[in-house]
Design a protein around this ligand. Structure first.
Ligand SMILES: Cc1cc2nc3c(=O)[nH]c(=O)nc-3n(C[C@H](O)[C@H](O)[C@H](O)COP(=O)(O)OP(=O)(O)OC[C@H]3O[C@@H](n4cnc5c(N)ncnc54)[C@H](O)[C@@H]3O)c2cc1C
Length: 430
């Protein structure tokens, strides 16, 4: 058996720290024989496990999570979730593609909203609308493309000049932006904790139980530190950590990105965060900085990317603080209470990998930086596929499938060069 690694974060997730403490489920111990073993309790894993339980109610299911639910990547994100996106341009092909993606978005988002209502999951979900901000001329062109697209599709929107941006989010940093009504914000740690804690009774969740080995003889055998599990079927819901099991190494890249939440601000400082009570801003360059207001008196800032391994903590602190203070020079005295990193999985063509890896072995991975809704719907669909419910040709037809990456060392060199060029191009968007 091969020894396996998984993302083991040195820092605490700020979203989790803002919530009341939660008692994790026990570690896996002893020998177990189950029908389904799901590895990973992020959005993909909990969706797959829940749907398997719904469709195969007599089956025993285990979910094995390496960390604490609330400390994994599913909790470490910025909390932007939406059933629908606007096509980046007004081209017919782009509109058709986005409409197909939106059908999956609506399915996943609708399922999540139903679960929140059914199980009383209070994750602060709010339809805040979405700001796309531009701090550069290239960014302004992106905003123009979206504006044309929104106009074409009759999507309600406001084009904002610099003064309009400042009125909404308090910063003079952005030259222009687009506000669209579609777009929701939520507290990601509250959501993933709520989803994990409301799994059906036939699903046993074990935390602090990283799967260290996976092999197959007549059945699949998984080993954690203290347990050995035999399963007829295994779902790898570990995002880029699927590679640790020897699969999809030529398809997935693990990228670290970082976020911080400020300390609670005094009312006169919080007044500088603009006239909107709750807002989230996405950058107009893929290597740009995301911002969102958190409650009445805090701000979240997300930025930085690193290939396959985490960055030095001091550099992360300084960069995130600089991103925040550049945008809000009047808040230079406000510090960061929480700073943390998380991983996301990128693929060459931006498509996820979804389906069967081997007999009785399935995976859904490659979130490409947005996996709350996508992970949910693809985890749910994977369970339906495994249990023979419905046809799922629309998954590949809509998302495509992760294409092959160039081999190492060219992959690392390519990423380093492209991200250096990207950072230069991103300029003030970063
Ligand atoms: C800073 C940041 C900001 C982001 N912002 C957004 C956003 O605003 N909106 C959005 O939709 N997405 C966002 N994302 C991406 C989002 O977090 C991911 O797409 C999502 O978490 C993917 O869900 P998943 O279940 O597929 O994988 P993950 O959430 O990564 O879950 C995989 C789980 O598998 C576990 N695992 C790994 N290896 C093992 C093992 N060997 N044994 C057992 N368990 C294992 C991990 O601990 C992890 O909990 C962001 C990500 C980061 C890091």
């Amino acid at each position: 058996m091969t020894r396996l690694a998984f993302p083991d974060y040195p820092d605490l997730c700020g979203w989790n720290a803002l919530l009341a403490k939660r008692a994790p489920k026990p570690r896996a111990e002893g020998a177990m024989a189950v029908k389904y073993a799901v590895v990973g309790a992020g959005y993909t894993g909990v969706a797959a496990a829940r749907r398997l339980a719904e469709l195969d109610p007599h089956a025993e299911i285990v979910v094995l999570e390496a960390s604490d639910v609330g400390e994994g990547s599913a909790a470490r994100n910025s909390g932007f979730a939406s059933p629908r996106d606007i096509p980046a341009t007004a081209s017919e092909a782009e509109q058709r593609h986005t409409a197909a993606l939106n059908r999956f978005g609506e399915e996943g988002f609708g399922w999540l909203v139903g679960l929140m209502a059914e199980h009383g999951i209070d994750c602060g979900l709010e339809r805040t609308g979405r700001l796309k901000g531009a701090a550069t001329a290239a960014g302004a062109r992106v905003v123009e493309g979206l504006r044309a697209s929104a106009r074409d599709l009759g999507v309600p929107h406001d084009y904002l000049d610099a003064a309009g941006m400042e009125r909404r989010m308090g910063s003079r940093y952005y030259g222009c932006g687009l506000y669209t009504e579609e777009g929701h914000l939520l507290q990601p740690a509250a959501l993933i904790r709520g989803l994990a804690d409301s799994l059906p009774p036939s699903v046993r969740l074990f935390e602090h139980s990283p799967v260290r080995a996976l092999r197959r003889d007549t059945k699949w055998r998984l080993a954690t530190e203290d347990a050995s599990i035999t399963a007829e079927c295994v779902v790898l819901a570990t995002n880029a950590a699927v590679k640790q099991f020897g699969y999809l190494r030529d398809r997935l890249v693990s990228i670290y990105t970082y976020a911080a939440i400020t300390e609670a601000m005094a009312p006169q400082d919080a007044a500088q965060l603009g006239g909107m009570a709750n807002w989230g801003l996405l950058p107009s360059h893929r290597l740009g900085t995301t911002l969102r207001r958190v409650g009445p008196d805090r701000l979240m800032v997300r930025s930085l990317y690193a290939y396959e391994q985490g960055l030095d903590a001091r550099r992360v602190q300084e960069t995130l603080r600089a991103c925040f203070h550049r945008r809000y020079p009047g808040l230079r005295h406000v510090g960061l209470d929480y700073v943390w990193g998380g991983t996301t999985a990128l693929t060459m063509n931006g498509a996820p990998w979804w389906g069967k890896l081997d007999d009785g072995l399935y995976a859904s991975a490659g979130c490409n930086g947005a996996g709350i809704v996508k992970g949910t719907v693809l985890g749910k669909r994977l369970a339906e596929h495994i249990t023979g419910h419905g046809t799922h040709a629309d998954v590949g037809a809509t998302y495509g499938s992760a294409s092959r990456l160039v081999p190492e060392p060219f992959r690392r060199i390519g990423f380093t060069i492209l991200s250096a060029i990207g950072r230069r191009k991103a300029g003030r968007e970063a």
